[in-house]
Design a protein around this ligand. Structure first.
Ligand code: A2P
Length: 263
């Protein structure tokens, strides 16, 4: 790697890697001194590519802002130029990590108060893993409902681990215990739990029955959406029809969306 690339994309050491399914893995890297971010943001990371040109992708940070390491959750795309290689990293290896973080799935882009709904499909759960473990979330919102929909139950395991860790956390587990509700659903295999797409579960009301909360209303609820592009498109149409207004850092609203980046 050339000196120029190294300075633009400093290297970070892999601390740990976990493989959750054939196609899903998570990894931790050392956190640079002074690396600050808001829960829900993403950062560019990657590996050196051919001819010294790095291959970088946007990854949501899954660890909480107070944690000493940075964690990321990724899909493995067999022919993906980055994830096919990234999924083979081991502790001690180095990856490239930019220092600038950004993103729209931040509490600052939402009007405070009410119930915060975190709607994820697949690896779109990653930013919400950070948000549910950020004590600031519980300062700003009265209640948090995190929903995760995947094709199979095995794909829910990372999110389930995160919710369990949050509730068991010695410092704020107690706060979260009364205020955090987790709902998961699968779409492509039989299940004893909730089955079906989140859009259908919201339209039918099954989502609200499971969460024991009333239907979405912009006066009472705030919604963050992350995951499949098609899901985001459909859910956006539904919540806009229900009167929700998209927020930004400059002008907070009642919902925000972000695409989960893969490749
Ligand atoms: P489905 O299995 O019915 O396609 P993917 O693995 O393709 O990223 O999908 C992750 C989850 O998102 C799956 O459970 C999938 O359901 C769901 N999904 C895909 N498209 C939509 C959509 N337009 N609306 C709601 N959920 C969707």
């Amino acid at each position: 790697m050339t000196a120029a690339i190294q300075s633009a994309h400093p290297e970070r050491t892999i601390l740990a890697v976990r493989h959750h399914t054939e196609t899903l893995f998570s990894f931790r890297v050392s956190r640079p001194a002074g690396f600050r971010f808001r829960a829900g943001e993403f950062v560019m990371l990657g590996l050196p590519g051919p001819e010294g040109r790095p291959i970088l992708r946007a990854y949501s940070i899954a660890s909480a802002p107070w944690e000493e390491f940075l964690e990321f959750y990724s899909i493995k795309v067999p022919d993906g130029p980055l994830t096919s290689r990234l999924s083979k990293v081991a502790p001690g290896d180095e990856i490239l990590l930019k220092s600038k973080t950004t993103g729209t799935l931040v509490a600052d882009a939402l009007a405070p108060g009410g119930t915060l709904w975190l709607v994820a499909t697949g690896t779109g759960f990653a930013p919400f893993a950070s948000i549910i473990r950020d004590p600031d979330t519980y300062e700003r919102f009265d209640h948090v409902v995190v929903t995760h929909t995947c094709r199979t139950a095995a794909e829910l395991s990372y999110g389930e681990d995160m919710v369990r860790d949050t509730l068991a956390h010695p410092l704020f587990g107690e706060i979260a215990a009364g205020r955090l509700t987790a709902i998961s659903a699968v779409t492509r295999e039989p299940t004893a739990g909730l089955a079906g797409r989140i859009t259908d579960l919201a339209r039918s009301g099954a989502l609200f029955d499971a969460a024991r909360r009333p239907r979405w209303s912009p006066e009472r609820d705030r919604i963050m959406v992350c995951g499949s592009t098609d899901m985001i498109k459909d859910l956006r149409a539904d919540v806009e029809a229900a009167g929700f207004a998209e927020g930004s850092n400059a002008a907070p609203g009642t919902f925000v969306v972000e695409k989960a980046f893969v490749g």
